[in-house]
Design a protein around this ligand. Structure first.
Ligand code: HDE
Length: 725
């Protein structure tokens, strides 16, 4: 038998090192594009169109390891989706603190205003599956991973500052009630069904969160226009070891805006990726979304003055009681390269902390600390998910954990324990010192007990505070949302139980919700008689708080707002050219929507390229509508059902509509007309402008239209319910 030749590498140290280098290099490289394909073992594939067969018309052979490798990999492409927050979109960016926060926290990334900390942010819905629609009524996740020099810090929050339940042990029940019903897997991504309302109507602690869930917060216009909240109370710990309680807030630069409910439902069908696309396109266009980080800081010992338990995640600290200090900014400026590798495989965890930040004893937070690692074990297939590039810390990390599924690191040497002397010859013992993470030495001495603190018993006063803080239009939307959801509940007792609970928030709210539901008038006594009901009421420190209203947070500008310009042959370019430029200058995006793609001829014989058609970009995909002048164009549009519907729908969704000269004909179905001798610029109802461009001064129309767009929606508009769209 021939002896195998001794390989050159085993005899030559020089060759050994270059081979090792080559191996390292190759291990780090990903598959290279080009005309060449290989198997996962690096074998060149001669033909990627035909499997190996016994003759050109014969059966496929088992032997075809190339086919089997390809199909096997494909068969295992899917991983379990997240149990909650399965549907998400993410982006890279950076965080920068405005001033050193040394007084409160030793966290390194909160000290140096010159330093940028890389972040990865994932937004999500909670209830739906990975392929569900973006614009459903649901709370949004707002999870931020900071890749700091001291390790990864995750702020895993939502776009609502409170939660449904007070104790983690109720989370599986809540999620089972919310998810599609188990016998028929319906409805997808919706809370409007019996099991959800059955559960929450029996859990009065959820009432405050339900008020938020039924508000326009849960149908955001864009991820870029949502607030974010850490929800729980955390601690800041400074270098001296002093602890302050802290609540985290993200404030979007573009203001906080919602969709109309009818619009949200239609969008779910017409563009299920509406929020994903919006975030992606904004970043691709260089319109990087920004938020400011705010903190509410409460000195330890002063929390009792708040009048409620700071550990209760169904309560919030009103901003009028403890103002939000703005301490830094977050900018998202890069889309992921690969959805699966980054957005899908990112693993957040409220327990990913850095020195200077610590937990409170909020029992919901404490339960989360177990859940997030546990879920990744099945989702990402083992204990080494921290080695996946998107999850990897950017600072050096080292410990003696070893092996496990999909291990990437090739740990060297024989020492995998501490203390040891064999690693370097000297004694090695861990000494993280002052820089290590030291848990705040909070004193604890209590009996073990399985009971809720009586200080968590107030289930209603913050729901009332939220209700009192809403504008009349926002109150209308909340009532409408409760009515919609409860009208989908088949069991009348559940509807009744819910409105009985609502009577403890506000009698008028409950009566309005109950009116069209075919049930009795709300009965607060019936609610109070039920198991689990607590009628302990704190004396609220404030009756209302403007910061809880979305309307109270308009954007200062109209950056990235989408304006549809409706055009057909004969459109008068002169009537809108200047206004279009002024909108663009103000940061808005203008798109020409026409009966068909290709070119539209203007009244002066020019050709304008249409961006969209009425059917491929309906009004729900825009923030505002501009109807230019031009007699022929106006007549053509008025005769086109899709164009008329476009305008009516935008009107119904309370969007700004501006009609110029002959274009005003499109508003005639709404009963509005531009009088030749009347005012040159009319506003017959909020956010509807009609103008004769020949009689208005330069800039007059654009000023009014830009202000109308900045107000976002004109919820107090006339006769909206009468408009069929
Ligand atoms: Fe989560 N949550 N959660 N959650 N959560 C998950 O972790 C859980 C809660 C939040 O984009 C899961 O990796 C428990 C509150 C966000 O990847 C899971 C409890 C808040 C995301 C989990 C809560 C959140 C999750 C599913 C009650 C707001 C998506 C997949 C004790 C402060 C993160 C995963 C992303 C995801 C458990 C309550 C926010 C199962 C047990 C309160 C934004 O581990």
């Amino acid at each position: 038998m021939p002896q195998p030749k001794r390989s050159a590498t085993s005899t030559s140290p020089k060759l050994l090192s270059s081979a090792t280098e080559k191996q390292k290099q190759l291990q780090n490289s990903t598959s290279e594009p080009g005309n060449m394909l290989t198997t996962n073992q690096g074998l060149r594939i001669p033909d990627n169109h035909n499997s190996l067969k016994a003759g050109v018309r014969g059966p496929t052979l088992m032997e075809d390891f190339i086919l089997r490798e390809k199909i096997t990999h494909f068969d295992h492409e899917r991983i379990p989706e997240r149990a909650v927050h399965a549907r998400g979109s993410a982006a890279h960016g950076f965080f920068k603190v405005y001033k050193p926060m040394t007084q409160f926290t030793s966290a390194g990334f909160l000290q140096n205003p010159e330093a940028e900390t890389p972040v990865f942010v994932r937004f999500s819905t909670v209830a739906g599956s990975r392929g569900s629609a973006d614009t459903v009524r649901d709370v949004r996740g707002f999870a931020v991973k900071f890749y700091t020099d001291e390790g990864n810090y995750d702020l895993v929050g939502n776009n609502v500052p409170v939660f449904f339940i007070q104790d983690a042990i109720k989370f599986p029940d809540l999620v089972h009630a919310l998810k599609p019903e188990p016998h028929n897997e319906m409805p997808q991504a919706a809370s409007a069904h019996d099991t959800f309302w059955d559960f929450v109507s029996l859990m009065p602690e959820s009432t405050h969160m339900l008020m938020w869930a039924m508000s326009d917060r849960t149908i955001p216009r864009s991820y870029r226009m949502m607030e974010g909240f850490g929800v729980h109370t955390f601690r800041f710990i400074n270098a001296r070891g002093d602890s302050h309680f802290v609540k985290f807030h993200w404030k979007p630069k573009l203001g906080v805006h919602g969709l109309a409910w009818d619009e949200a439902q239609k969008l779910a069908g017409k563009d299920a990726d509406f929020h994903r696309r919006d975030l992606w396109e904004a970043i691709e266009q260089g319109n990087f979304p920004e938020w400011e980080l705010g903190v509410q800081i409460v000195e330890e010992g002063k929390e009792d003055k708040l009048g409620f338990d700071i550990l209760d995640p169904t309560k919030l600290i009103p901003e009028s009681v403890v103002p939000v200090q703005i301490i830094g900014k977050l900018v998202l400026n890069r889309n992921p390269d690969n959805f699966f590798a980054e957005t899908e495989q990112v693993a957040f965890h409220p327990g990913h902390l850095v020195p200077g930040i610590d937990f409170s004893d909020d029992p919901l937070l404490q339960g989360r600390l177990f859940s997030y690692t546990d879920t990744q074990l099945s989702r990402l297939g083992g204990a080494n998910f921290h080695e996946i590039p998107i999850n990897k810390a950017v600072c050096p990390f080292h410990n003696f954990q070893r092996d496990g599924m999909h291990r990437q690191e090739i740990s060297k040497g024989r020492v995998a324990y501490e203390p040891n002397t064999l690693a370097t010859g000297a004694e090695f013992r861990v000494d993280g010192g002052a820089q290590g993470f030291n848990t705040h030495p909070q004193a604890l001495e209590s009996p073990k007990i399985r009971r809720r603190s009586p200080s968590f018993d107030d289930h209603f006063s913050h729901a009332t505070l939220f209700w009192n803080s809403q504008s009349p239009a926002e109150k209308d939307h909340i009532v409408a949302a409760f009515r919609f959801e409860l009208s989908k509940v088949e069991v009348t007792d559940i509807r009744q139980r819910m409105v009985d609970n609502l009577a403890h928030v506000d009698a008028k709210l409950a009566a309005r919700v109950a009116a069209p539901l075919g049930i009795n008038a709300p009965d607060p006594k019936a609610a109070a008689g039920r198991l689990g009901f607590r009628d302990y009421r704190i004396i609220p420190t404030v009756e209302d708080d403007a910061a809880l209203s979305m309307v109270a947070k308009p954007a200062a500008d109209i950056k990235t707002r989408k304006v549809a310009i409706l055009v057909a042959d004969g459109v008068d370019l002169l009537s809108f050219k200047r206004l279009q430029q002024e909108l663009l200058d103000a940061g808005a995006q203008c798109k020409l929507v026409a009966p068909q793609l290709g070119f539209v001829s203007t009244s002066s014989g020019k050709q304008l390229a249409a961006d969209h058609t009425f059917s491929n970009m309906p009004s729900i995909m825009f923030d505002a509508v501009l109807i230019p002048g031009g007699a022929d164009s106006a007549v053509a549009l008025a005769q086109l059902g899709d164009a008329v519907h476009f305008v009516l729908e935008a009107y119904k969704h309370c969007k700004p509509v501006c009609a110029l000269n002959d274009g005003a004909q499109l508003l005639s179905t709404l009963g509005f007309a531009l009088e030749a001798k009347g005012d040159a610029l009319m506003q017959p109802t909020p956010g509807v402008l009609m103008a004769d461009t020949r009689r208005t001064a330069d800039g007059e129309i654009s000023q009014a239209f830009i202000a109308a767009i900045a107000s976002h929606r004109h919820w107090d508009r006339l006769n909206v319910d009468a408009v069929p769209a």
